[in-house]
Structure formats: structure tokens, C-alpha cells
Design a protein around this ligand. Structure first.
Ligand code: SAM
Length: 230
């Protein structure tokens, strides 16, 4: 059974599309989507040999070779020009997701939608969308096995500012949709982040030469969080 986390990613993949799943590991996501919809095609990209072999094995076993092409390579480099219309990148940090998108920009020509599931630093992905012509159109947050996951959807647009209001910095930090909905996993996530920040700040206060800029940044974030989930 596919994880609820990857099912949430799958829910944003539409029929008829060719999508690239970058960092696919076992290629569970492309297999799940393509098994259920014969009109979807996928490229499973993996940079590491072990996961690449796992992906090939799984796609062979599920007899999905007609629909899913498994390729070894770094990020979007596994794609031909204009090959994919949608990209999924799940289960990595937001900064690595940003690097993969940034380094692979020339492969995004026909990419209408990017579905990202950053394990941490989701704001880095929102910022990348904002500055690269993708409108954040949907966000989900969910809890599974004691972890909290966010899924972000970016759609190509001429108005990437659209989801952001007067409190743009806070919207980017918390997610404009997630902070409106304020679901239970959202509250849980930010309680946890507040605790971490409080701990880090107490350590910094004890340090001999604390980085004053960092202290201020963390204090600001902590006050935002307290306000947000008060
Ligand atoms: N996407 C799957 C998921 O969400 O369950 C697997 C996540 S796994 C934690 C991250 C995978 O990304 C690893 O298999 C790793 O080898 C791969 N990876 C990391 N950097 C990559 C890159 N630059 N290009 C392609 N794959 C990468």
C-alpha cells in the first residue's frame, strides 16, 4: 500500500500527463499512478545506483515498462527537452528541491505543474515558485507515522504573486492556504517548530559570541509562530 504522503502527491497528477518523478527511489509513485491510469506516462529519475536498481526492479515486476521509463542521472538531466509536462519531487529537503529545479531550469519548458513534498524548508520551495513563474495553487499538510508532511503544487502562470496577501513573508513561511485552514497537523507542526526554536535560542543565549542576526531571525520566527497558533 502506498503511503498517504505519496497518495497526496499522486492526487495532483492529472490524466493524460507525462510526468517526471525525480528522486524516485523504488518508483512507487510512478507505479501507483500508471497502474491506475493507462493514459499517464512517467519517467522515474534516480541519481544513486541502489535506488535506481530498486526502481527498475519494481517497474519490471509490475510490468509497467511501456508506461514508465526508469533513468539514472542527476535531477532533471534525465529528461529530454520538452519531454515532461509535470514534475514531482518528494521526500527531500526544500533546499535540495530548489537546487534540482534551479539546475534543471532548461528542462522546465513544457512543465505546467510542479508537485513538491519538502520534508523541511517548504518556504524555500514557495519562494522558488514565486520567483520562477509558478503560482502556488494548492497545499496539503498531513500526519503519517508521527511525521508531518507538506505537499505544494505550483502551476505555471503569469501572476505568481496571486496567493500572497499583505503578510507575504508570513504566507511564504507558513503557506498561504495552510495558515488559513489551520488544520490539526498544521498546529502540531508549528508547536514542534516553536519548541525547536526555543531550544536553539536558549543555547545561543548561552554561547560566548552568538550570531546576533540569527538570534533576531529566530526570535522573529518564534513570535510569528506563537501568534499564528495562539
Ligand atoms: N521520492 C521518494 C519518496 O518520496 O518516497 C524517495 C525519497 S528518498 C528520501 C530521496 C531520493 O532522492 C533518494 O533515492 C536519492 O537517491 C534521490 N536523490 C537525491 N538527490 C537527487 C538528485 N539530485 N537527482 C535524482 N535523485 C536524487
Amino acid at each position: 500500500e502506498l503511503s498517504r504522503r505519496l497518495k497526496a502527491v499522486a492526487s495532483f497528477i492529472y490524466s493524460g500527463v507525462t510526468f517526471a518523478d525525480i528522486g524516485s527511489d523504488h518508483a512507487y509513485l510512478p507505479a501507483y499512478v500508471c497502474e491506475r491510469n493507462p493514459l499517464v506516462r512517467a519517467i522515474a529519475g534516480e541519481v544513486n545506483e541502489g535506488p535506481f536498481q530498486s526502481a527498475k526492479g519494481h517497474i519490471d515486476k509490475q510490468q509497467l515498462n511501456e508506461q514508465v521509463s526508469v533513468r539514472k542521472g542527476n535531477g532533471l538531466a534525465v529528461l529530454e527537452q520538452d519531454e515532461a509536462e509535470l514534475v514531482t519531487i518528494a521526500g527531500m529537503g526544500g533546499k535540495l528541491i530548489r537546487t534540482i529545479l534551479e539546475e534543471g531550469k532548461e528542462k522546465l519548458g513544457k512543465v505546467e505543474r510542479i508537485v513538491a513534498q519538502p520534508n523541511v524548508d517548504a518556504q524555500v520551495v514557495r519562494n522558488w515558485f514565486l520567483h520562477n513563474g509558478y503560482e502556488l495553487t494548492e497545499e496539503t499538510i498531513l500526519e503519517e507515522d508521527g511525521h508531518i508532511y507538506e505537499v505544494l503544487v505550483g502551476d505555471r502562470t503569469s501572476d505568481p504573486e496571486k496567493p500572497y496577501g499583505e503578510e507575504r513573508e508570513k504566507d511564504l513561511f507558513f503557506g498561504p492556504f495552510l495558515r488559513q485552514e489551520k488544520t490539526a497537523p498544521f498546529i502540531l507542526k508549528w508547536q514542534g517548530e516553536a519548541n525547536k526554536l526555543q531550544f536553539v535560542l536558549s543555547q545561543m543565549e548561552r554561547a560566548k559570541n552568538p550570531d546576533e542576526d540569527k538570534v533576531r531571525e529566530f526570535e522573529t520566527q518564534l513570535s510569528w509562530i506563537k501568534e499564528e497558533i495562539a
